[in-house]
Design a binder for this molecule. Structure first.
Ligand code: FAD
Ligand code: UDP
Length: 406
């Protein structure tokens, strides 16, 4: 008898497997793919280059708790991510900063003058509701159209005016010369890759792993007490309220017979080509190799679910599924697909740690005699939101923190 059947061996499922195993629970961790790590999986390709199978994954967080937790399973390579955008025949830094504007328009503005420039072109909005509002209200329509409109339409298949503000709000605007993509206090890549980190996380006698296994095939025959589910929430409930849309991507890999292929880790193509961006992995991994590997991302409506699509009608449908999840005894929902949240890796780790605390806390309560039924948890109430700069802050303030033996 397993104490937990955990569906999905990505960050959400693996962190919960590790935490629960450490308390003596017996875990069966299943994934329908042929590897652990979920979308963060990396591997060496035929040329021996370390590549990310599901697109570039750059680790960054403001949470010391999340960073310390993962540091138990990996050493790190310091890495600051930088991205260029191909606009008007030039490669300029994105997020938009002082150098972006000066280079693009051939100017020599100071930060102060750039602030004035933005103020003069910005379109004021009473309410910042959509992904268009976010950008247009800060940098005006011309820059919005050069950097955001085309990219977003390609990536999401809809206009920014139909997407929640939170999507383009991920990319800030700066008036200084900071050209880093992220400004989080911890920015680093797992020294030997993500998969190695997952292997160490899951190396525990209480954890049994089954790959290439859809949980639906084994659920009826394998005895377990409770479930952690990290797959798409609509699928769990047989899409009874209709499908929740998830955006997919097709990844095209290219090996180039030279040491370096492009001038930055990532080049975004907001206005040209069918792909959105091209990543050269060696910048991320620091690997030395005479060849180099690139990945092109082609957005798709169909395929593996990668991105929940943040817009009001989807949030409404998700609410229906969440209500069902909350009323499903013995199943805990966690992760990007199961809680339909556009979370980064660190936010998923923070959420999984919060789910763990909740499971342990609930168990301690019920051991103490509280006849609380073991209801399903989606943890909206305790999990970080995508907007939070410090996911662990949300975890800390929810009042359930601190019971785990970390
Ligand atoms: P997943 O990794 O999706 O894991 C869920 C697992 O469940 C999958 O392996 C799936 O096979 C399995 N599963 C589903 N249904 C079943 C079933 N029925 N039976 C068995 N198994 C099942 N985050 C960052 O912080 N930085 C980045 O740079 C970054 N870049 C990204 C780039 C791309 C292209 C994408 C798509 C995401 C990126 N992310 C990034 C986000 C990151 O991938 C996620 O936050 C994280 O991997 C989510 O982990 P998860 O465990 O919730 O889900
Ligand atoms: N975006 C854009 N132009 C860019 C970069 C980002 O329009 O050059 C928008 C786009 O809608 C994208 C979102 O901002 O989906 C978030 O960008 P991010 O780089 O965080 O996307 P992710 O790495 O999650 O795919």
């Amino acid at each position: 008898m397993f104490d937990f059947l955990i569906v999905g061996a990505g960050f959400a499922g693996s962190v919960l497997a590790e935490r629960l195993a450490s308390t003596g629970r017996k875990i069966l961790l299943v994934d329908k793919r042929n590897h652990i790590g979920g979308n963060a999986y990396d591997h060496h390709d035929e040329a021996g280059l370390l590549v990310h199978k599901y697109g570039p994954h750059i680790f960054h967080t403001n949470s010391g708790e999340v960073f310390d937790y993962l540091s138990r399973f990996t050493a790190w390579r310091p890495y600051q991510h930088r991205v260029l955008a191909s606009v008007d025949g030039q490669l300029v830094p994105i997020p938009i900063n002082l150098d972006t504007i000066n280079q693009l328009y051939g100017l020599r503005l100071t930060s102060f003058e750039l602030e004035e420039f933005f103020a003069s072109v910005a379109e004021p909005r009473d309410e910042i509701r959509t992904s268009e509002d976010v950008v247009v209200s800060k940098v005006g329509r011309a820059l919005y159209e050069k950097f955001f409109r085309g990219y977003t339409r390609k990536q999401w298949g809809i206009d920014p005016s139909e997407l929640d503000a939170s999507v383009t709000a991920r990319v800030p605007t700066r008036t200084n010369r900071d050209d880093r993509y992220f400004t989080d206090s911890y920015q680093a890549m797992p020294l030997h890759g993500y998969t190695r980190m997952f292997e160490r996380m899951l190396d525990h006698p209480n954890i049994t792993i089954m790959l290439q296994c859809d949980y639906r095939d084994i659920e009826p025959v394998i005895p377990y007490r409770e479930m952690v589910y990290t797959g798409p929430i609509d699928e769990f409930f047989d899409c009874r309220f209709g499908r929740l849309p998830y955006r997919s991507l097709e990844f095209t890999f290219e090996t180039v017979d030279q040491a370096v292929a492009q001038p930055a880790a990532v080049i975004n193509y907001p206005n040209d080509y069918a792909y959105t961006r091209v990543t050269e992995f060696k910048y991320l991994t620091g690997q030395e190799h005479p060849k180099t590997s690139l990945v092109y991302e082609h957005p798709r409506a169909e395929g593996d679910p990668y991105y929940p699509i943040p817009r009001p009608e989807n949030a409404e449908r998700y609410k229906q599924y969440k209500a069902l999840a909350d009323a499903t005894p013995g199943v805990h929902f966690a992760g990007r697909l199961a809680t339909y949240k556009y979370y980064n890796m660190d936010q998923v780790v923070a959420q999984a740690l919060a789910v763990f605390d909740r499971i342990i806390g609930a168990r301690q309560l019920s051991l103490g005699g509280t006849a609380e039924p073991q209801l399903g948890t989606t943890l909206e109430d305790v999990a970080p939101t995508a907007e939070l700069a410090d996911p662990a802050a949300a975890v800390r303030t929810n009042g359930v923190h601190g019971q785990a033996s970390r």
